[in-house]
Design a protein around this ligand. Structure first.
Ligand SMILES: Cc1cc2nc3c(=O)[nH]c(=O)nc-3n(C[C@H](O)[C@H](O)[C@H](O)COP(=O)(O)OP(=O)(O)OC[C@H]3O[C@@H](n4cnc5c(N)ncnc54)[C@H](O)[C@@H]3O)c2cc1C
Length: 126
C-alpha cells in the first residue's frame, strides 16, 4: 500500500500535542511532516514564569527537532507562503514545494501590536 502524506503546518500548541500522540500511536502507511517557521515553540502557560525569571528558555519551550526525531516525523524548518489546492502542493519560502494528501493548518493568531505596551514584550525577543 502506498504511503499517504499527512502534513502539519505550524509547530505550536495544537500540532505539538497531536504529533506527540501520533508518535505514541503511529498510523500505518502515513508519513508525518511538520512545517514550522520556528524550531522552538513557547508553552504559553509558562510564559509569565519565563518573563519573571522563574523558568529558563529551555524549560518553557518545546524543541520541535527533538519532538520530530522521537516521533519519526519529517521536520521542515521554513515558512509556508501559499497552498496550491488543485495540485495539493505547499509552497515555502526556503524549500521546494511539499506534496500532501491531507493538510492540517494551525498557525495561531497574531497580537495587535498597536496596543500600548505590547511592543515592550516583543522586544524581550522570546
Ligand atoms: C500568555 C498566554 C497564555 C495562554 N494561556 C492559555 C490557556 O490557559 N488556555 C488556552 O486554552 N489557551 C491559552 N493561550 C492561547 C493558546 O496559546 C493558543 O490558543 C494556542 O497556542 C493556539 O495554538 P496553535 O497551534 O493554533 O497556534 P500557536 O501555538 O500560536 O502556534 C502557531 C505556530 O505556527 C507557526 N507559524 C505561523 N505562521 C506560519 C507559516 N506561515 N509557516 C510555518 N509556520 C508558521 C508559528 O511560528 C507557531 O510556531 C494562551 C496564550 C498566551 C500568549
Amino acid at each position: 500500500m502506498n504511503e499517504r502524506d499527512l502534513v502539519f503546518i505550524g509547530g505550536g500548541h495544537t500540532h505539538a500535542l497531536v504529533l506527540r500522540m501520533l508518535a505514541m500511536k503511529p498510523i500505518a502507511n502515513v508519513r508525518l511532516t511538520l512545517i514550522s517557521d520556528t524550531r522552538l515553540t513557547p508553552y504559553s502557560g509558562m510564559l509569565p514564569g519565563f518573563i519573571s525569571g522563574h523558568y529558563t528558555k529551555a524549560q518553557t519551550h518545546i524543541d520541535l527537532n527533538k519532538l520530530a526525531q522521537a516521533g519519526n516525523i519529517r521536520f521542515i524548518h521554513g515558512r509556508v507562503t501559499g497552498l496550491d489546492l488543485q495540485h495539493k502542493l505547499i509552497h515555502l519560502n526556503n524549500h521546494p514545494d511539499i506534496e500532501y494528501d491531507k493538510v492540517s493548518i494551525n498557525v495561531g493568531s497574531r497580537p495587535n501590536l498597536t496596543v500600548p505596551g505590547s511592543n515592550a514584550v516583543v522586544q524581550l525577543r522570546l
